[in-house]
Design a protein around this ligand. Structure first.
Ligand code: ATP
Ligand code: MG
Length: 451
């Protein structure tokens, strides 16, 4: 049931052939037993890092984390992390062990790992090495710590968030003792390096079971996601919603996994993260009229500002942050179902982001009362057809695709400066609106006329 691809097999064979012992370990074993395709094959070995370098030759090996016993071996264009069996020393900064001790014992190496499902190794001749019952836990979809959950979480609090992440991605139920220890130790997450926290949050929001798992782990998430508590308590008594902001958010996230409505190729982590955050500013701008009808003046702008602040705080990559913030900012915008509107939106967001926005709006609409939901679905369908039509017209949608560049403007008497960008932009708008052909001559004569 564990099919090791040949480059990884080659790395194992080289190490085993040189008299060391080597296994595939951790995530790849877990994913294989789950019937999923592992995204990378990590290897653990009795060989010390210098010995690994000896086996493969220095030109194939990158000394990625020598101090922790990890090197990267290159084979056939792929990279494999090879880590010496080790026992972790104390964690004084809650980030990584201060020191590690290398070991000759695979079982010791498996003991330092976080969860039973992550603490299995596999060797083609020896089979599965599973000292803590990881295979049974995978069958029972159960996430448990290796050893005492309290001790493991106080060594490294990031494991608390990893538990939430694995639960959200694979649908594992978290064992009750592990869950109890998570709640008790959750505040320690505040001291964990933000980029480590951010990487887990990103994965967890993209998880198949995120909506359920977020609800079950609010106490943990409250420690690391500011403003989450606000939406939990935020009612929205108006005729569009049937639930408070948090319940609505969870329903919208769950909707993004309804295969029959939202085909898999539409789904992506940006839209899903944006769904989680889309109403984060609502509580801040809520007002109430005499009838008890609630309004949100300033949303979704305030939501977008808060999301930007949260994602910066979690040190998310700029590209991810900008995309998610832009989706949140526009999630309530009317995508008016007409060709000119489709052109304008393509120009504003680009095709990729616009498709995400449409997807997000469908999910959001699915979590509104039926009348809203039906109307929005119908309009989105028409809008989407308009987008497809516009895209087959093969006109330009970004400055890069425009048939002229700033250099061409210089040849007709423009001078270097902001005027160039402004002119190109305005030409692009005319092309997108269908007023001008995306051809060099037409563009140049239009540009000449603009001066
Ligand atoms: P994925 O790569 O799919 O995100 P993974 O389980 O492979 O999941 P990695 O971060 O790649 O996660 O770590 C590889 C292995 O190292 C894990 O399977 C686990 O055995 C161990 N591990 C990783 N992080 C920790 C940690 N904080 N504490 C203990 N063991 C850990
Ligand atoms: Mg991994």
């Amino acid at each position: 049931e564990i099919a090791i691809p040949s480059p990884a097999q080659w790395v194992l064979d080289k190490l085993n052939g040189a008299g060391h012992s080597a296994y595939v370990v951790g995530g790849c074993v877990r994913d294989s037993l789950l019937g999923l395709e592992p995204h990378d094959w990590d290897i653990c070995t009795s060989a010390r890092p210098e010995q690994v370098i000896d086996v493969f030759g220095a030109e194939r090996v990158i000394p990625t984390g020598l101090k922790h016993g990890t090197v990267t071996v290159r084979e056939n264009g792929e990279s494999f992390e090879v880590t010496t069996f080790r026992v972790d020393g104390p964690y004084s900064d809650g980030r990584r062990p201060d020191s590690v001790r290398f070991s000759d014992d695979l079982i010791e190496d498996l003991m330092r790992r976080d969860f039973t499902v992550n603490a299995m190794a596999y060797h083609p001749a020896e089979g599965l090495i599973d000292p803590f019952g990881g295979r049974e836990d995978i069958k029972g979809r159960l996430l448990r710590c290796v050893g005492d959950a309290y001790a493991r979480f106080s060594e490294d609090a990031l494991r608390i968030l990893r538990a939430v992440r694995f639960s959200a991605v694979y649908g594992f139920r978290i064992g009750s003792y592990t869950r109890y220890a998570m709640a008790t130790e959750a505040r320690m997450l505040g001291g964990i390096a933000k980029e480590r926290v951010g990487a887990e949050v990103r994965k967890l929001l993209a998880g198949r079971y995120a909506a359920v798992v977020v609800r079950e782990n609010i106490a943990v998430l409250n420690v690391i996601i500011p403003y989450l508590q606000d939406i939990l308590n935020c009612s929205q008594n108006n005729s569009y919603h049937y639930a408070n902001v948090f319940e609505h958010t969870m329903d919208a996230m769950a909707a993004s996994w309804r295969e029959e409505v939202f085909p898999a190729e539409w789904a992506d982590e940006y839209a899903r993260a944006a769904l989680f955050f889309h109403d984060f500013g609502k509580a801040a701008v809520k007002t109430c009229d005499e009838q008890g009808y609630e309004h949100f003046y300033g949303h979704p702008k305030v939501s977008a500002e808060r999301v930007d602040e949260i994602l910066r705080g979690l040190r998310m990559p700029n590209e991810y942050r900008r995309a998610v913030v832009q989706l949140v900012e526009n999630h309530d915008a009317t995508l008016y179902p007409s060709l000119p509107s489709a052109r304008r939106w393509l120009l504003r967001l680009g095709e990729e982001q616009l498709r995400r926005l449409m997807k997000m709006q469908e999910c959001d609409a699915a979590a509104h009362v039926a009348s809203v939901h039906k109307k929005r679905f119908a309009d989105l369908k028409t809008f989407s057809d308009c987008v497809d039509m516009v895209l087959t017209e093969a006109s330009a949608f970004s400055l890069k695709q425009l048939a002229i560049s700033g250099k061409d403007l210089l040849t007709i008497g423009y001078t270097q400066g902001p005027e160039i960008g402004k002119t190109l932009r305005s030409l692009l708008e005319d092309v997108v609106e269908g007023k001008l052909k995306n051809e060099k001559e037409a563009l140049l004569s239009a540009a000449a006329g603009m001066r």
